[in-house]
Design a protein around this ligand. Structure first.
Ligand SMILES: Nc1ncnc2c1ncn2[C@@H]1O[C@H](COP(=O)(O)OP(=O)(O)O)[C@@H](O)[C@H]1O
Ligand SMILES: [Mg+2]
Length: 278
């Protein structure tokens, strides 16, 4: 039969709507795809940056140190077990073994910090001050080289727990502390530090230095990926970007305060709990 004008216009309208629906579905799918792609790109950028410079180097060095260390530990233990209790060599061997164990602990911490980790890394409860101490244990010698004064004031009572993937917070402190160190000249007054203060359910961690400072017009840009004022080969411009990613991921905030001839302060505010709870 022939369709009348009303039926045809109804059919046309329906077709138009169906076409729109199909187009919407396609757009939606495209959008979802782009979003997934964006997330993946961002995750791999963060991943790449975590492994950049220090991370990668640390992992390589740690692995290389581990083998000779195993020999030192195993052989000193073997010799100790063969020696009579009153042997004069005992003290020296014990010292070697203890030193080896200390080095082994450093390597372990280094590896867990630099460990290759996936974006879907599982978050677990960590005590924030513990992550700060882990980092300081690794680099305080490096930071204070050349006479830099390092001040550590941690308000670790009550404890401050937060859920974060292993090694992530250490990354934040590592980047902030190394930046602070980079900002310092070789003057006798060069000083930097890390301080924490608990304000209710927020833990503020301040990483400060009395170095060159951040000019007001750069205060936003420094958190952008690849922004660096350091010479080629020295800066990646990813440190603060990563800090911001990680801090945001765990529900916190990061900001900078800096005025000419005053200390530069990076402030990290974290939502914390006094006890681990699920
Ligand atoms: N404590 C600081 N004092 C002065 N400038 C800083 C400080 N921390 C960071 N900056 C500035 O922010 C820039 C970006 O830092 P970052 O993202 O860690 O990259 P990078 O250290 O590789 O340059 C630095 O190049 C520097 O200009
Ligand atoms: Mg840096």
């Amino acid at each position: 039969r022939l369709f009348n004008a009303d039926e045809i216009s109804l059919a046309t309208a329906l077709i138009a709507q169906a076409a729109t629906a199909i187009e919407n579905a396609r757009l939606y799918r495209d959008l979802e795809r782009s979003l997934a792609h964006l997330k993946q790109t961002q995750a791999s950028l963060v991943q790449a940056a975590r492994l950049s410079t220090i991370g990668e180097l640390a992992a390589v060095v740690a692995h290389q140190i581990n083998n000779p260390l195993t020999t030192i530990l195993a052989d000193s233990e073997l010799l100790l077990s063969d020696l009579p209790d009153d042997a004069p060599e005992r003290e020296a061997l014990l010292a070697i073994n203890r030193a080896g164990q200390r080095a082994h602990a450093v390597v372990k911490r280094l590896l867990s910090t630099a460990r290759r980790s996936a974006p879907e890394d599982k978050a677990a409860w960590v005590e924030v001050h513990q992550t700060i101490r882990n980092t300081l244990d690794l680099i305080s010698v490096h930071l204070t080289r050349g006479g830099v004064h390092l001040e550590v004031q941690l308000e670790s009572d009550p404890p401050s727990y937060i859920r974060a993937p292993q090694g992530y917070l250490e990354d934040v402190w590592l980047n902030l502390l190394l930046n602070a160190r980079d900002a310092l000249s070789n003057s006798a007054e060069a000083a930097m530090g890390v301080r924490s203060q608990r304000l209710g359910n927020t833990l503020e961690v301040l990483v400060w230095d009395n170095g060159v400072g951040v000019p007001p017009e750069l205060r936003q840009s420094i958190f952008e990926p690849f922004f660096t004022t350091k010479p080629n080969g020295q800066g990646t411009g990813l440190g603060l970007y990563i800090c911001k990613q990680i801090v945001t991921q765990v529900g916190g905030q990061i900001s900078v305060e800096s005025a000419p001839s005053q200390a530069t302060i990076f402030r990290v505010s974290l939502p914390v709990k006094t006890a681990m709870e699920d």
